[in-house]
Design a protein. Structure first.
Length: 185
């Protein structure tokens, strides 16, 4: 009986491995989401938000809003939960309306919002809100940072015109690795 079970264990392990190999999309999607969420966390270290004289940096709560259907919310929450410091508390919120954008420092715009993108960007334009997306063409339309697939890599583009209008300052290290778009000329 023990010999019989020993022979079945490698077979069961091999079957589980084959299942993962036959469903690469679900595993790749999770990995891709984790990489994109990691990028967003790293972006916070290279962006400087303006502070008015009567407020503390980030109002003690650094809010990252996600508008539209996307699976990045839980991953962002897990990553930023580990990033909480004594000075800054991170809060990830899912929002449904443009009016809910007002208190966020970062706004992740899902592809499902393509029909509302112009209205969203009209609201965020000229405000110190770092808009981020991972949807084709959103960077050219005015999202500040847009992540995209380049072969096996996730890269990002930065819309220089929208960035300049936002009042945000992005460290040159982040700019050096970006594809710069939205320049006038």
């Amino acid at each position: 009986m023990i010999l019989y079970l020993k022979n079945r264990i490698p077979f069961a392990l091999m079957t589980v491995c084959l299942l993962f190999l036959t469903y690469p999309d679900s595993r790749a999607q999770s990995r891709e989401t984790l990489i994109k969420a990691g990028y967003i966390e790293k972006f916070t270290h290279f962006v400087e938000w303006p502070v008015s004289s009567n407020e503390k940096p980030y109002n003690d709560i650094f809010t990252i809003a996600i508008i539209g259907d996307n699976d990045i919310s839980k991953t962002l929450n897990d990553i930023f939960l580990k990033s909480d410091s004594e000075d800054i508390e991170y809060k990830i919120v899912e929002i449904n309306t443009i009016e809910q954008i007002k208190d966020c420092k970062i706004l992740f715009i899902s592809e499902s919002e393509k029909n509302n993108l112009e209205e969203i960007l009209e609201y965020t334009n000229g405000k110190p809100i770092l808009t981020i997306s991972d949807s084709k063409g959103f960077g050219e339309k005015g999202v500040i940072i847009n992540m995209f697939q380049d072969g096996n890599y996730i890269r990002y583009e930065i819309n220089r015109k929208t960035l300049n209008e936002s009042g945000l300052i992005i460290n040159s290290l982040l700019l050096n690795y970006a594809v710069i778009i939205g320049t006038n000329g």
